[in-house]
Ligand binder design. Structure first.
Ligand code: GLY
Length: 556
């Protein structure tokens, strides 16, 4: 305990010193803000900004820190999306995982053509080729200003010297170990994480060594040489299919963000292979087209019903048309065209639930993950969502390299008509092919007005991410909420299937819940997401992190 507190003090002093030196050197004028999923990533992101780094530098440093201090979702063994607005230009770094070369469409089916339970969710077969290190490397090459080694160093220190385990993390690890003991599908998880105890120092020497190779060699420190060999040998030993050739072939990509005019703003958001950008644009525009029917009372029965009806249509399109744009021609502009959305929303009524089975795709006829938001003093912004899919990913720790592998292969459609772990359906657009990226719901988003950053938003939560993001935008813009109110106000989610089920946070009005049940909805009270949001109003920044998590938001 004493050693842990000492380490925390040393770490805090280092961070404070960085702040002071940086403040003196920078002649800081404007505000900056961070909204992060834990205190370590928050303090490091702030220190990097105060050292003169930009929002992308701070994001890269934070991503590596989260790989150490937030093992349930922070990662080097997973992937994600980084949306950037810098010097007035948008960029989207796609570092989503890819299917290995030996992957094939039916790899999760048995000889009778049925999906083998859990094979894409836990264990050695569940992982895609990780993209996070390549993504940070590409973001740094294109937008970074501070030295790469400076950005990886805070993570190396936290892995090598240890960090104090938050009680919420300790109990989450304990629960995971107990739950997985029954399933017997994880590899090495308890050996690596059982010693992470509440309020005590936790060191990860193998992870520190891996991070040092990344610090010294950049992208090659993960995808080539010793780390690549450790991963490939580990895979071969356990019957997995990721090879050194897979790692060498992995490429992060810079894509053009989706952009749509909405309500006087420009919504800058995630293009495919995210489904989220198209989904939130559809949701916001259909809301705009239909809101006069419902009135505007926040979280009222009519409001929730209207948004659930829109959600049905959004998720029917998602299942049919969305996949990796390098493999499947996604009809992006058709899906967000006003005429299409008018037609699609015109038959929504406020007194009756539409029949789920009748909502078809309209054209031509865990859930973990983590998110952070950063704005620097120059007004640049990063909205970054990163994931190993479910909490602790596949539950597989690469022996000798000390990091968890993702279970992102479950985000592909294993078989048309069969739901994945988030209840999402898919077909041809999202079937498995070598090198292909699996469809994602991650939706890092930035709201602009006159090309200036007004809001940075995003959340974890599988398919519920999409609801968290569009509701955060409505909360901020339509209901003028503060950042704290935006992230803590109860949210709800409906995604076509399961039929007429609305999942919601605690805190909805009891009368509204009753009225929705009377209409025929089933209400499922279960928290989702962990939002970290920054809002700019009248030249002032406001930052908020959801109180149910262990996040920390600061304006400085
Ligand atoms: N793994 C969750 C997502 O990308 O949607």
């Amino acid at each position: 305990m004493f050693a842990g507190v000492k380490h925390l003090l040393i770490f805090s002093v280092i961070v404070m010193q960085l702040h002071i030196t940086a403040l003196a050197a920078s002649g800081k004028t404007a505000q900056a803000a961070v909204a992060m999923p834990d205190s370590y990533s928050s303090d490091v992101a702030r220190a990097i900004l105060e050292q003169g780094g930009n929002a992308v530098d701070a994001a890269i440093a934070a991503q590596f820190v989260l790989a150490v201090t937030l093992p349930e979702a922070g990662n080097i063994g997973g992937g994600g999306f980084m949306l950037i607005q810098k010097d007035g230009q948008g960029d989207f770094i796609d570092y989503r995982e890819t299917a290995p070369i030996a992957a094939h469409r039916d790899m999760y089916l048995d000889d009778k053509g049925n999906v083998v339970a859990n094979k894409s969710i836990y264990g050695i077969h569940a992982s895609g080729v990780p993209g996070s290190v390549a993504g940070m490397w590409l973001a740094h090459q294109k937008h970074g200003t501070l030295d790469w080694k400076t950005l990886v160093e805070p993570a190396v220190k936290l892995a090598e010297q240890g960090f104090i385990v938050h009680p919420k993390l300790a109990s989450s690890i304990e629960r995971y170990i107990a739950r997985m003991a029954k399933k017997d599908v994880t590899i090495n998880f308890a050996d690596y994480f059982a010693s992470a105890k509440a309020n005590q120092n936790f060191k990860q020497p193998e992870l520190a060594a891996t991070l040092k190779r990344i610090r010294e060699q950049g992208k090659a420190g993960f995808y080539e040489g010793e780390t690549a060999k450790i991963i490939a040998d580990f895979m071969a030993e356990h019957g997995g299919i990721i090879t050194q050739a897979d790692l060498k072939a992995y490429q992060a990509k810079s894509r053009t963000p989706m952009k749509a005019a909405w309500n006087g703003y420009q919504v800058l958001t995630s293009p495919p292979p995210s489904s989220g950008g198209i989904a939130i644009i559809q949701w916001l525009k259909m809301y705009e087209l239909t809101k006069s029917k419902a009135g505007l009372e926040h979280n009222s029965t009519a409001y929730i019903h209207l948004l659930a009806e829109i959600g049905k249509r959004v998720f029917a399109d998602r299942a049919e048309y969305l996949g990796d744009p390098d493999f499947f021609d996604v009809p992006k502009s058709e899906l967000i065209a006003m005429d299409y959305l008018k037609k699609r929303s015109s038959i929504i009524t406020l007194d009756k639930i539409s029949t789920t089975e009748n909502i078809k795709p309209g054209l031509y006829e865990s859930e973990q993950t983590t998110h952070f938001s950063i704005v620097d003093k120059w007004g640049n912004a990063v909205s970054n969502t990163t994931t190993i899919n479910l909490g602790y990913g596949s539950g597989v720790v690469v022996a000798g390299a000390g990091f968890l592998l993702n279970d992102e292969m479950d985000d592909f459609s294993a078989k048309p008509g069969v739901m994945n772990v988030f209840g999402a359906l898919g077909g041809k657009a999202n079937e498995i092919q070598p090198h292909k990226r699996m469809l994602s719901s991650m939706t890092p988003t930035i709201l602009l007005k006159d090309n200036k950053v007004k809001m940075v938003t995003g959340s974890p939560g599988g398919t519920t991410i999409i609801s968290s993001v569009y509701e955060s935008i409505l909360n901020a813009v339509e209901f003028n909420m503060s950042a704290d109110e935006v992230v803590n106000s109860p949210r709800f989610h409906h995604q076509l299937w399961p039929k007429n089920v609305i999942r919601h946070h605690p805190g909805l009005d009891a009368g509204v819940v009753k009225a929705l049940e009377k209409m025929g909805y089933t209400l499922d009270e279960r928290r989702f997401g962990d939002m970290h949001v920054i809002i700019e109003r009248d030249g002032k920044l406001d930052a908020g992190s959801e109180a149910s998590g262990r996040g920390k938001a600061m304006v400085f």
